[in-house]
Write a protein that binds this ligand. Sequence first.
Ligand SMILES: Cc1cc2nc3c(=O)[nH]c(=O)nc-3n(C[C@H](O)[C@H](O)[C@H](O)COP(=O)(O)O)c2cc1C
Length: 168
Amino acid sequence: MDIINRRRSVRSFLDKPIEKEKIELLMRAAMQAPSARNQQPWHFVIIQERETLQAIATISRNVQMLNEASLVIIVLIDKDNLTAPLMAPQDVAAATQNILLKAVDLDLGTCWCGIYPREERMASVAKILNVPDCYQIFSLIAVGYPKEKNANRFVNRFDPTRIHYEKF
Ligand SMILES: Cc1cc2nc3c(=O)[nH]c(=O)nc-3n(C[C@H](O)[C@H](O)[C@H](O)COP(=O)(O)O)c2cc1C
């Protein structure tokens, strides 16, 4: 619960690289996600080059934090190898969330930025990264060491009125 409670969207980062070991742990967390028919449709592009981060930051006002992030993880769907195609976005959403939670455990800050299903954002990112047509870009995760000390902190959202037992 502690890690789930403290996960916040972080948009301001220190100028500090992320250790290789931590990147691998984020990827290990991602690939432990559940997926429909266990299809595991995910691929990931990890970007640390400042020039590329800045280029992606231009695609939308919503991804400005990439100008400060130490790296970005692009989450993609391999469209050619799906056994439950309609479920694939849910699979990669679960992988995305696993990355956010593992990041809290590693004292990192993250921000999930929605790319899919906005066609213009998907096309812009695909063009910058030379992504082949058979891969669909799903999300973008900004990662870095938070500038603010208490960036990952508990905000209570529990609302018992949203819970319905047996029938709505
Ligand atoms: C599907 C999805 C898309 C999001 N897209 C963006 C985005 O483009 N830019 C951004 O700054 N935050 C984005 N967020 C983060 C939300 O704004 C954030 O989760 C929400 O305000 C709640 O704050 P918290 O993450 O700190 O709990 C997105 C989150 C989700 C789940």
